[in-house]
Design a protein around this ligand. Structure first.
Ligand code: DAH
Length: 344
């Protein structure tokens, strides 16, 4: 049995003594010690002859020999590479043009997000962000959706703790609360970000997507300001001929609430596949910030009023570029992404 140990140690010594110096020697070394029929395997094949009390020792020895062989090979390989780097004098034409590397491209979601930031920046909206892991207060309670409120069922939440106090945010509206809690009006900001919902993935739904939230709080902010802001945005985003329409709706944190549609920029009104023959397409929700939400954030709703809105970036991108499958945004196939390089 000792004989097998001796053999293994002899291999280790041989490995330590070898310094492969050419590509051929390197390959011979690799085959001998690390190849599919290497010396070590042959020795390891005799493990049956090792007594049980020394099996562990044998295994460790074999592992260390293998590791050493890999180390020697790597060092020799690096030395060879270094030895072959041409010196400056040897490089014949220093003025030859370099190789150009193919560039990636910006994701359509980023392009549209940046465009939205641009459009709102022109009328004084700054950008704010909040965390993707959110607590119950910011994602629900402060937004007028307490524990037992039926509106919680509107969104399928990924909870992170058993007590449902922590979750992946279902909406960027949570950032509104964070801003109202920490800053003094006037507040005029948009809050882009990723949100999460426990939905079955399909062409029209995904478990994660992006929203842009908007918030404007000051003295005397009116519904007319909201409409004008949305009208401005729609025209900048979808073209000068775009009209907007508000439909009454419900959100727990706005009163009154509305859903906003834009006139179909494909057919311009008479109806087509994109607008499902209605002439209008929905782009988001909005409304006047509910006084209770302001109180939750220690703002005086008598002194201040404001509006909020929320839009899905994927939705706007799909409409704008007539992409019919949401899943395409998450596959990162360069053939799709490249098409938006020169867009906008
Ligand atoms: N948070 C809403 C959602 O995810 C969207 C929304 C609607 C945001 C109305 C708002 C708003 O700020 O006023 O469905």
């Amino acid at each position: 049995m000792q004989e097998i140990f001796d053999k293994a140690n002899a291999v280790l010594a041989a490995i330590n003594d070898t310094k492969p110096a050419s590509a051929e020697e390197l390959e011979a070394f690799r085959i001998k010690y690390l190849g599919s029929k290497n010396v070590l395997k042959e020795i390891f094949g005799q493990i049956g002859k090792i007594s049980p009390d020394r099996k562990k020792e044998f295994g460790q020895l074999m592992n260390s020999i293998n590791a050493r062989a890999e180390e020697v090979l790597e060092i020799a390989r690096l030395k060879l590479v270094m030895a072959n780097i041409p010196s400056l004098e040897e490089v014949s034409d220093l003025t030859a043009p370099g190789y150009s590397l193919p560039l990636g491209s910006r994701h359509p979601i980023s392009i549209v997000k940046n465009k939205m930031i641009d459009i709102f920046a022109r009328i004084g909206f700054t950008v704010a962000e909040g965390p993707e892991i959110e607590d119950d207060w910011h994602n629900f309670t402060a937004l007028g959706t307490p524990q037992d409120h039926p509106a919680r069922d509107m969104q399928d939440t990924f909870f992170l703790t058993e007590d449902k106090q922590w979750m992946l945010r279902t909406q960027t509206s949570s950032v509104q609360i964070r801003m109202m809690e920490t800053q003094k009006p006037p507040l005029r900001m948009i809050m882009p970000g990723r949100v999460f919902r426990n939905e079955t993935i399909s062409a029209r739904a995904h478990c994660t997507f992006h929203q842009v939230e908007g918030l404007y709080i000051d003295e005397n902010v009116s519904f007319a300001d909201l409409k004008q802001t949305m009208f401005y945005f729609a025209q900048e985003m979808f073209g000068r001929d775009t009209q907007i329409r508000f439909r009454p709706s419900f959100f727990p944190f706005t009163e009154p609430s509305a859903e906003m549609d834009i006139s179909c920029f494909i057919c311009g009104g008479p109806g087509c596949a994109v607008c499902k023959h209605s002439g209008w397409v929905e782009i988001g929700g909005c409304g006047m910030v509910d006084p209770l939400v302001m109180e939750n954030c220690k703002l005086d709703p008598v002194k201040y009023s404001g509006f909020a809105f929320g839009m899905g970036i994927e939705r706007i991108t799909m409409l704008k570029y007539q992409i019919n499958d949401l899943r395409l945004f998450f596959e990162n196939d360069v053939r799709l992404l490249k098409q938006f390089e020169s867009a906008l």
